[in-house]
Design a protein around this ligand. Structure first.
Ligand code: FES
Ligand SMILES: [Fe+2]
Length: 399
């Protein structure tokens, strides 16, 4: 368990909070690139507790600016995009993608143009997603994860909408391999199979779990009684890599998290397909609860697939899990390890150091997260009779 103060330390994501400052050292997916069109070139986004407007100007540049105009605060969501940036709809103050004020109609106010800057963050398009960095300069490169940077495969985007809970609940689940055999027992067992005990699910097929530190996060290792072993890394702080899927949990604010997956499938012959850097498909999953805009207990979680079960578990812990009330057991040691890692990275950032996984070499090698091993228990997922719900994307299986 944690004290209330520790719980707040690890879960508050806003600007100026210790964890928020640490989380700002990483790049996050914040939108799908194709959402910005000529007809709808702006989109409101809240990321790490900041209200922002994402836009594509008529030169094709992506901008990410504070929502409220520096003049008198109207939203730039309604701004008009131009070649040079975005003009506030109210009085026309024109901003470029770096937040510089280029015009101040009706007059030209040089003093303001020189001294005032709209808050602006770098944003870029990669593999069909828009990624943003909300931290201080110098801006580090994105981590070169294999599933995002290897050229020899196809990518599909799967969105799971907004989770109505804090980011850490989703990430703690990613270092909690025991839950998969119990919470997901209907899907682990395979067609027509029922576990001997619904209390224990298929956990007795597992010999044990281990966790070890990586230079970019935590590896969890599962050893089956058959002797088979599988490993899935958490890429600190916001990514679960599992099989072909890269599961991003982007903190929106303290109580909401954006959940987007990229599924990366290698080509059979190792060739680079023409569309390697574009998503072959964008799939928006149905909400995992009905009604979708309500919170537990005023909504019903469908649990019609693995991720739906996870959403049930994460959200019903509360908007921010009440960690002072929990009782951790031996199988929660991955959770303890992750919390310790969050705490240590907060301390590093407070000392002026880079946290784990930030690599400032723009040519740093691709990070191998075992994308060649789409396995479960040492066997390919397709070989184990793993029962998939039809509504479940191919990669959302294990965690
Ligand atoms: S409020 Fe934006 S230009 Fe006046
Ligand atoms: Fe799960």
């Amino acid at each position: 368990m944690l004290t209330q103060a520790e719980n707040e330390l690890l879960t508050k994501v806003g600007p100026g909070t210790p964890c928020g400052e640490m989380l700002r050292r990483y790049w996050y997916p914040i939108a799908i690139a194709s959402e910005l069109t000529d007809e709808q070139p702006t989109k409101f986004v809240r990321i790490l507790g900041e209200d922002l407007v994402l836009f594509k100007d008529k030169s094709g540049r992506i901008g990410l600016l504070a929502d409220h105009c520096s003049h008198r605060g109207a939203s730039l969501l309604y701004g008009r995009v131009e070649e040079r940036g975005i003009a506030c709809a109210y009085h026309g103050w024109l901003y470029d993608c770096e937040g510089n004020i280029l015009e101040t109609p009706p007059e030209r106010n040089d003093a303001i143009m020189k001294s005032v800057k709209q808050t602006a963050y770098p944003a870029l398009v990669h593999v069909g997603l828009i990624f943003a960095y909300l931290g201080p300069k110098p801006v580090p490169p994105m981590q070169h994860l294999d599933t995002l940077f290897r050229p020899d495969g196809h990518r599909k985007i799967v969105t799971h909408g907004v989770l109505d809970c804090n980011w850490l609940q989703a990430m703690e689940n990613s270092v909690d391999p025991a839950h998969a055999h119990i919470l997901h027992q209907e899907y682990v067992g395979g067609k027509g199979k029922k576990p001997a005990s619904t209390t224990r699910g298929y956990i007795d097929e597992i010999e044990g779990f281990e966790f070890y530190l990586l230079d970019y996060g935590i590896m969890k290792k599962r050893t089956h009684k058959t002797g088979a072993v599988d490993e899935h890394p958490v890429v600190f702080p916001h990514i679960l890599r599992q099989g072909p899927s890269t599961q991003f949990r982007t903190p929106i604010d303290d109580e909401h998290t954006l959940h987007i997956h990229i599924n990366f499938t290698l080509t059979e012959d190792g060739s680079e397909p023409a569309d390697a850097w574009e998503p072959t498909e964008i799939q928006h999953m149905e909400p995992h609860k009905e009604p979708a805009d309500k919170m537990h207990p005023n909504t019903h979680f469908t649990q019609r697939n693995v991720i739906g079960q996870d959403h049930m578990a994460w959200e019903t812990q509360g908007p921010v899990a009440n960690r002072p009330a929990e009782h951790l057991s031996y199988s929660d040691r991955g959770v303890v390890m992750l919390r310790q890692m969050v705490k240590e990275q907060i301390e590093k950032v407070a000392r002026g150091e880079d946290p784990i996984g930030v690599n400032r070499d723009p040519d740093h090698p691709i990070i191998d997260t075992k994308v060649d091993e789409d396995i479960w228990g040492g066997r390919r997922v397709g070989e184990i009779g793993y029962k998939r719900d039809e509504t479940e994307p191919a990669s959302s299986g294990r965690s």
